[in-house]
Design a binder for this molecule. Structure first.
Ligand code: BTN
Length: 330
């Protein structure tokens, strides 16, 4: 039933300006014309506006803004990422649901999306503000056949994919601030939280949480003190429909993931470095109670930060406080 409806949308979306006759639809989908009509009524309930003209057929006038498992899947051109979508209007955190599903054996590529999270969480135990309808709050369940040490590579991969998706739909330039914050005009717009369940040499599953600020206004961020986040609406001056955005992000992640499986991490690392925030510039590093200035050189195979000190020696840092803006002068 669900997959018939999905095929129906795919067929109609292929000819956006034309009518597709009931007969063609019924032949292609192998169902009766009255069944087609019933599906159209269901689509309207999901927010589609469908024009139906006798002897001409059907066409979609408007896609729904509303998020649901169905609307996310219709028109999604991935092979496995999002083949199962779980949508919640409100939840504590999509991470919690995804972990639960992961433990129960949910398939690789399952996606959990929420309209609102009341206990959204970020890296380093920070709170992630996830107000209703304002952003994309989703968690992906991945079961990659790679070593647990390689898991950070998948976070870097998704960061690149999100930047590619955002640059596909806007005219803005986005950057990745190590390890995986997405920045635009010096403000954070998205973050990734990767959590893994693994044995010593085998990944059981990964839950990758993605938070993207979409329709918040500047006032919505007043209560957040650190690093003044931004949203797509603040940066572009217009509100965005989240459904196509989610689709483009999933498509880009799947595309890069397939490339990663075929070609390894090197192309992803290169793409990451091309989009790295302040690459080649001075930064202040605080590690092991020492502060020193260095040049941000790049990342290594594990996604660790490489910083060159003033004597020209490279340091590989897995975790450190970085003062990105200072370069030792502020
Ligand atoms: C960060 O930059 O600190 C990571 C933010 C990750 C937020 C997302 S929103 C969907 C998923 N559910 C959560 O509770 N967190 C992640």
């Amino acid at each position: 039933m669900e997959s018939t409806r999905r095929k129906l949308i795919d067929l109609l979306s292929r000819y956006p300006d034309e009518f597709v006759s009931g007969q063609v639809l019924s032949e292609q989908l192998n169902i009766t014309r009255s069944a087609i009509w019933k599906h159209m009524k269901e689509l309207e309930k999901d927010g589609y506006v469908i024009q139906s003209v006798p002897r001409k057929g059907y066409r979609i006038l408007k896609n729904p803004d509303k998020l649901s498992a169905n609307t996310i899947q219709w028109g999604l051109s991935t092979n496995w990422l999002g083949s199962r979508v779980i949508f919640e209007k409100t939840t504590d955190s999509t991470q919690v649901i995804a972990h639960h599903l992961g433990r129960e054996g949910a398939q690789h590529g399952t996606v959990v999306v929420a309209d609102e999270q009341v206990k959204g969480r970020g890296r380093l135990n920070r709170t992630w503000y996830s107000k209703k309808g304002d952003g994309i709050w989703m968690s992906l369940i991945l079961r990659p056949e790679v070593e647990p040490q390689q898991a950070p590579q998948l976070t870097l991969l998704s960061a690149v994919a999100i930047v590619e998706a955002l640059e596909e739909i806007t005219d803005l330039a986005f950057y990745i601030k190590w390890p995986n914050d997405i920045y635009v005009h010096d403000h954070k717009i998205a973050g990734i939280l990767t959590e893994m369940q693994a044995e010593q040499d085998q990944i059981n599953y990964i839950v990758q949480g993605i938070g993207l600020n979409v329709n918040q206004n500047r006032e919505d961020f007043n209560m957040i003190s650190d690093n003044e986040p931004t949203s797509l609406k603040i940066e572009t001056g217009m509100a965005w429909n989240r459904r196509p955005l989610i689709q483009v992000i999933l498509q880009q992640i799947e595309r890069l993931y397939e490339r990663y499986l075929k070609e390894g991490f090197l192309p992803i690392k290169t793409m990451w470095e091309e989009r790295a925030y302040r690459l080649g510039q001075p930064i202040m590093v605080s590690s092991k109670n020492q502060n020193w200035q260095g040049i941000f050189k790049g990342i290594d195979q594990d996604g660790a930060l490489i910083v060159t000190d003033q004597k020209g020696r490279d340091h590989v840092l897995y975790s450190a406080e970085i003062n990105w803006r200072s370069g030792g002068h502020e």
